[in-house]
Design a protein around this ligand. Structure first.
Ligand code: IPE
Ligand code: IPE
Ligand code: MG
Length: 252
């Protein structure tokens, strides 16, 4: 199992390009509404944005891209919309896996998959296996994912593995059980669609991530918009608890 630096236990090395970008893809419904289209038309267009953003990440040297596709709270939506979203997920898997393979993209899906139907679960596992050796970009889709679920499932698994240490676990022991154990912590978090909230996304993992919010609706987010987000990231000073002077000394 690969081990990545934790922002709370050591100061990670900072690169010019963000290594890991995590995105809440929001605003599909509003994009459709503006055009007098059904909400699902926004989701269909949103899949095109995913393709473009994956391409842009590869070009910019981003190594990990994590996309929030369906939250544990999205089950509260109308049954018809949920069912259309599931169909879209299935068809995207059917159509895209070969392309991901060709472009060196490793696919991962995180979340409580037990609530999906058996066919979809098998497709997900097959797609992950087929792309497992690719190294250019790791594309993670968060589906039926919740940050609270993630922390809890990690704790429950740790309790099974190390019952003798209950009450004495450390961050280092918990992290390998998080759903994102195969990726470093995100450098940049983007939320499109104008809302400024985290909506139960990667609660543990975002501890020192830089946040970027944009009014742009997800179906209109493109390579140019991605560049602006990365440029904003590059203007930040990531201090990880230190003073600005200490950061400057470290660079000198
Ligand atoms: C994000 O777009 C996609 C999912 C949550 C699946 P929304 O469907 O939330 O779009 P808005 O927020 O209603 O515009
Ligand atoms: C968050 O979007 C989840 C995804 C993008 C999958 P929502 O649009 O569902 O978020 P809230 O509920 O408005 O915060
Ligand atoms: Mg929304």
């Amino acid at each position: 199992m690969a081990f990545f630096k934790s922002a709370t236990r050591e100061v990670p090395e900072i690169r010019v390009a963000p290594r890991h970008i995590a995105i809440i893809m929001d605003g599909n419904g509003r994009w459709a509404k503006k055009r007098f289209l059904p909400r699902v038309a926004g989701h269909v267009k949103g899949v095109e944005t995913v393709r473009e953003v994956v391409r842009a990440c590869i070009e910019q040297g981003v190594e990990y891209l994590t996309l929030f596709a369906f939250s544990s709270e999205n089950w509260r939506r109308p049954a018809e919309e949920i069912s259309l979203l599931m169909q879209l997920f299935v068809s995207a898997l059917e159509q895209e896996v070969r392309k991901l393979q060709k472009n060196g993209v490793r696919l991962k899906v995180i979340g409580d998959l037990s609530r999906f139907d058996a066919q979809l679960q098998t497709m997900i596992r097959d797609a992950e296996t087929a792309t497992a050796d690719n190294t250019r970009l790791t594309l993670t889709i968060a589906a039926n994912y919740g940050g609270r679920w993630d922390i809890l499932q990690a704790m429950n698994r740790l309790a099974q593995e190390q019952p003798e240490k209950i009450g004495q676990w450390t961050e280092t022991e918990l992290e390998p059980w998080l759903a994102t154990h195969f990726a470093p912590e995100p450098d940049l978090f983007i939320r499109t669609g104008g809302e400024e909230r985290v909506s139960n996304f990667l609660l543990w993992q975002l501890a020192y991530t830089e946040f970027y919010f944009t009014e742009t609706l997800w179906p209109e987010f493109d390579a140019e918009a991605m560049k602006s987000a990365i440029a904003s990231y590059q203007r930040r000073e990531r201090r990880f608890g230190r003073t600005s002077e200490q950061v400057m000394e470290g660079k000198a």
